[in-house]
Design a protein around this ligand. Sequence first.
Ligand code: EPZ
Length: 417
Amino acid sequence: MQKFMIMGGNRLVGTVRVSGSKNATLPIMAASLLLDGQCTIRGIPRLRDVAVMRDVLVYLGANVVWEKDVMRIDARNVSCQEVSEDLMRRMRASNLVLGPLIGRFRQAKISYPGGCNIGSRPMNLHLKGLQALGVGITERFGYITARTGKLAGSEIYLDLPSVGATENLMMAAVLAKGTTVIRNAAREPEIIDLRNFLNLMGAKISGAGTDTIKITGVDSLHGVEHTVIPDRIEAGTHMVAAAITGGDVVVADVIPEHLEPVINKLREAGAYVEVKDNQVRVAVDKKLKAVDIKTMPYPGFPTDMQPQFMALLTMAEGTGIITETIFENRYKHVMELRRMGADIRLEGQTAVVRGGPRLSGACVEASDLRAGAALVLAGMAAENGTVVEHVEHIDRGYERLENKYNALGARIIRVHN
Ligand code: EPZ
């Protein structure tokens, strides 16, 4: 187990570059299974979750060469369509192999990915959509077995705009006979990036980024090269890091339109935010005002930025109300922030955050990657020292976070227990 020792009080100043998007990389890696050939993906972040997805692809029989931020995947020899429980339990997003395995082999077997620290995270929408495509589903002994003789395009309505279900169904429909329409689809930028990758392979997909996606089945696909989009959640985390430390930071290599909800909320709180080409500058030289946050599917305020903004609100002027509408259990960071002196009251899915003086350092535990990132932000702004335990959660979604922040003036040491 590893931990961060953080000495708070320094302003962050300088420029930080954002890595490739974890949540675009994972579905795109899974989509490579559709291809009886090779593909090259660039801009790959060096993250634990990406390493797990690499292990899943290798387990299925793919050949994967990963050097720096470039990954070459050859799925010609994929012979297995079953993912073991051990691998599935290491990362929920392993369930993204379901769609491509069914799309190419007409069968797949995965164990339930299990819930995680932010909610039960069922897969009912994934399975209902696959059944609409003619896939038979059986769920027994903790495994989901999917099989079909013929994959036929269909109309699918998602009860809620699930990102993973939208991605799995897009991938399953690419080689189906006929046309599939996904209604109430998720609109996240990572879905547009997956569509771009699939269309480069020869798929015929339109409407990604809207709530209605049309996939016209094709007979075959071919190899491609693709560079993934920047990570908007990593970028948003760095923007809040600048704000919470009263710093002045340029976050580079971003797509500003993906950051609109975060830019607007920081401006509403009184931060100076300047957008220029593929950079966003955040500067704060006074106490920020409290704002209200309600997490929503894209283009609303992202749930993956909720913990980081909560940390910011603990030291703002006034009281902010946070409503988490996406996950039922995404407040594990509240008790940790309270240990640092934060005044936060939970009422169901709502957190009432009363801003106060600077937090004081404490020993806290990361429960998931975004909660862990929020505790790092709080530790950098707090008085005295903070220890963040279980930083392996943070490494799932952030590439050497301590190096990026130390280069801006933070004082973070990684300790291997
Ligand atoms: C993706 O998870 C992201 N992960 C999450 O990021 C992100 O928080 C989430 O989308 C929402 O934006 C990846 O892209 C790898 P969902 P996903 O299906 O696809 C319910 C991070 O920090 N639901 O959109 O699993 C579900 O329980 C991670 O990088 C069903 O009820 O999210 C949740 O309440 C955390 N039935 C809501 O929908 C289903 O079949 C949204 O889930 C599927 C989902």
